[in-house]
Structure formats: C-alpha cells, structure tokens
Design a protein around this ligand. Sequence first.
Ligand SMILES: C[S@@+](CC[C@H](N)C(=O)[O-])C[C@H]1O[C@@H](n2cnc3c(N)ncnc32)[C@H](O)[C@@H]1O
Length: 264
Amino acid sequence: MKISDFLKIDYDTSLIALTYILGKSKSYVLMNQNLDLNSEQNQRLNDIINKRKDSYPLQYAIGEWEFYNIKLKVDERALIPRFETEIIVDYLIKSPITKEKILDIGTGTGAIALALAKNIKNTLVIGSDIEDKALSLACENKVLTGIKNVDFIKSDLFADISGTYDLIVSNPPYIDKKDYESLDKELYYEPKSALYGGEDGLDFYRKIISEASKYLNNQGHLVFEIGYNQKEILNNLLSKQGFVNIQNIKDFNDFDRFIIAQKG
Ligand SMILES: C[S@@+](CC[C@H](N)C(=O)[O-])C[C@H]1O[C@@H](n2cnc3c(N)ncnc32)[C@H](O)[C@@H]1O
C-alpha cells in the first residue's frame, strides 16, 4: 500500500508511526505520499493502526518514542515519557547548579536519567525505581542508547540509596484517587504504580521531601515534576522542611509543572 492509503485510514497514527517506521521527518512522509511501503512496513503500520482502535497508546504501539532527541524503547513496563518532562530536563542541563552526582527517583524508562547523563559533562546519574519491570526497560535503554555514565538500581524511594547527591530529581506518581478513577481510557494501559499517588496524590512527595536532605550535598537541589494543582501545598511542605530558594516553572500550557528547591 502507498503512504496516502494509510493516511486515509488513520491520518494522525499513520503520520507519526511512519516517521518511526521510515526513520524520516513528518514533512518527508507528507511529501512522499505516493511511496509504496514494502511488506514489512505495511505489516508494521497495519498492526499499529489496529492496536490504536482500542485506545492503545500510540507510543506503545510503535514501541519506541523520542525523548529529548534520544530514541527510547517504550512498552507497558513503564510510563510513556511525556514531552513536558523535557522542559525540566532542558532547564537542568542549561542550569549552572552543581550536578556532578544526580539521582532520578522513579526513573521508569530511564528517560530523565539518560537525557541528563547524555547532555551534562562529568556527571554520574543514578536512576532508581521500585518496579523490576521498569528497571529492566531502563537498562535496555541504557544499552540501546550507548549512554555510559548512568546506572539503574532498585529502591523503594531512599530505602536502598547510599551516598549523597548534588541533585535529586523526581517525577513521582502524583494522580489523586478522584482523578485516577476518571482518566482517559488510554492512560489505564500505563502502570498504576507510575500514576497513582495516593488519596490526595501527594504520598510520594511527602516521603521524598522528609528524607531528601540526608541524601543531598550542602546546597544541593531537589527538583520535582508536579500535578497542575499541587504547587502551593508542595512549596509549603518544602519550606517547612527547611528548603530555600523555592522556584516554580510552568509548562507550555501555563500550568505550574515543576518545583526546584535548595537544601537550606
Ligand atoms: C510518573 S512515573 C515517571 C517515570 C519517568 N521518570 C518519566 O518521567 O517518564 C513514576 C515512576 O515512579 C516509580 N515508583 C513508584 N513507586 C515508587 C517507589 N516507592 N520508589 C521508587 N520508585 C517508585 C514507578 O514505577 C514509575 O516508574
């Protein structure tokens, strides 16, 4: 079949999937609609379109996804890395703060850890997760990307973390009970352990904030991705726990999305 045939069946899915299948840009796909796909490409794209019929996430159907210009393997073992998360990765890469040793709690696919390790000179990044299946995917992504200055370890938050870090970053599960019960169907394909943050969504933040100082070097930084309505309460928790220079960063939809705080 030709590209144009697939675009008629499911335009959005075909356009994005073809950028991965062909390894080309969206404009290449659109400008070469008369191209005949070979049988392997036909089969792969048909398979992706069929999976999408049941609201299966496009990223899982494709099996790979780009995060901060790094192609990662993605599947149901871990959360799909979100575009918004690239905002904090970019901020941290460009920030002059010390970041020779970085801990990424709840690393999932390893997206944040791998992007920081690849783009920050002279850094060592540890990505941790409680889920074996997420860790196995993160390790596969380390091999696939060839990024060396990163390690992945199993730990329930800080339980098996040793040493101290210049920077602790975490995008923990933060969806509260009410919101979890009314998510779009597509999101239920992602692990509950990556999304659900307890009754009020704040379970993981409370635990991390209460212990982080022990694992931070002096003047080290704690950085969170947060839910749209969690800024005030988390700013307060952080300042009660002695953190200073608390800053909030918005995402492209103008939602408060990140917090950066310094050990006082
Ligand atoms: C929102 S996902 C973030 C994944 C990845 N960092 C990203 O931004 O794409 C949260 C991650 O926290 C992990 N997690 C959940 N409970 C945890 C715990 N008690 N200790 C460590 N990691 C945990 C989940 O397995 C999941 O991979």
